[in-house]
Design a protein around this ligand. Structure first.
Ligand code: CO8
Length: 258
């Protein structure tokens, strides 16, 4: 499907989405969020796609929500039209695994999009921040919640209240990105991880993602019960039988997502 603000491609088991508004550092306007959700929906329905990779450019993953589009909006318009928030919420509830390929600016809604991904690869040039405070607002796409859970109260407060950006290595040391690579390699590395995940059982990957995400919402004992139920459920899958049989036969498993 042709898109204006993103590009999509299928590379074997990977569904690749590239944010593409180069004149605005990939700022997320309504069109881009709508197209992003559309592309995610297409890849969700496509059984060949086992993992999604979302990237921007080397200069910017995304500099956040489009300030020019938001500048004239009133509180009533935001509330009544929902802006693009109802769509936005779908990113955080996406069932397939998503690898974020970060480089350059990852700011505001751009960082919130990144934090909705499951694995984050960052180029060494990446700068991450929640600078909304500098324009008189605050994070609105999950930043106060996801950043705090990722890095703890004090670093989150510092980033959100000062708007100060951090670099890739600091983000890695805080657990905000999974790994840092040279700038030439960030996309390839993200795709490599995506292909590794794609070789696993899609059923097990989906339930494992669900269980990890629930850990942010449940207390420990409920979370452990939830994990155990999903673990038992996987014993009903053909992939579980294939995975254990392949181990005993000393061969690679062929998972079918069944
Ligand atoms: N929105 C719209 N346009 C932008 C944005 C943006 N977020 N960021 C950059 N641009 C545009 C600039 O207006 C400029 O356009 P033009 O050439 O037409 O004037 C062009 O990109 C280049 O920008 P600069 O000239 O400013 O380039 P610099 O290299 O000097 O600076 C920065 C780059 C640091 C990225 C700078 O542009 C900047 O600070 N941008 C704004 C970052 C920001 O405040 N982000 C937060 C936005 S609010 C937000 O994200 C709320 C999220 C709410 C939830 C949303 C869910 C999706």
């Amino acid at each position: 499907m042709p898109y204006e603000t993103i590009a999509t491609a299928k590379e074997g088991p990977l569904g690749c989405i590239t944010l593409s508004r180069p004149d605005a550092f990939n700022a997320l306007n309504t069109k881009m969020v709508t197209e992003l959700i559309g592309a995610l929906g297409e890849f969700e329905k496509d059984d060949e796609v086992r993992c999604v990779v979302i990237a921007g450019s080397e200069r910017a993953f995304s500099a956040g929500a489009d300030i020019k589009e938001m500048s004239d909006m009133t509180a009533v318009q935001m509330t009544m039209t929902g802006h693009f928030f109802p769509l936005w919420d779908k990113v955080g509830r996406y069932p397939k695994p998503v690898v974020g390929a970060l480089s350059g600016f990852v700011l505001g809604g751009g960082l919130e999009l990144a934090m909705s991904c499951d694995v984050l690869v960052a180029s060494e040039t990446t700068q991450l921040g929640q600078p909304e405070i500098d324009i008189g607002v605050m994070p609105g796409g999950g930043g106060t919640q996801r950043l705090t859970r990722a890095v703890g109260k004090y670093k989150a407060m510092e980033m959100i209240l000062t708007g100060k950006r951090i670099g890739a290595e600091e983000a890695k040391s805080l657990g905000l990105v999974s790994r840092v690579v040279p700038k030439e390699a960030f996309l390839d590395e993200a795709k490599k991880i995506g292909r590794e995940i794609s070789a696993k059982s899609p059923v097990a990957v989906r339930l494992a993602k669900m269980a990890v995400n629930k850990s942010f919402e449940m207390g420990l004992s409920d979370g452990l019960d939830f994990e155990r139920e999903l673990f038992y459920l996987l014993f009903a899958s053909e992939d579980k039988a294939e995975g254990m049989k392949a181990f005993m036969e000393k061969r690679r498993p062929e998972f079918k997502g069944k």
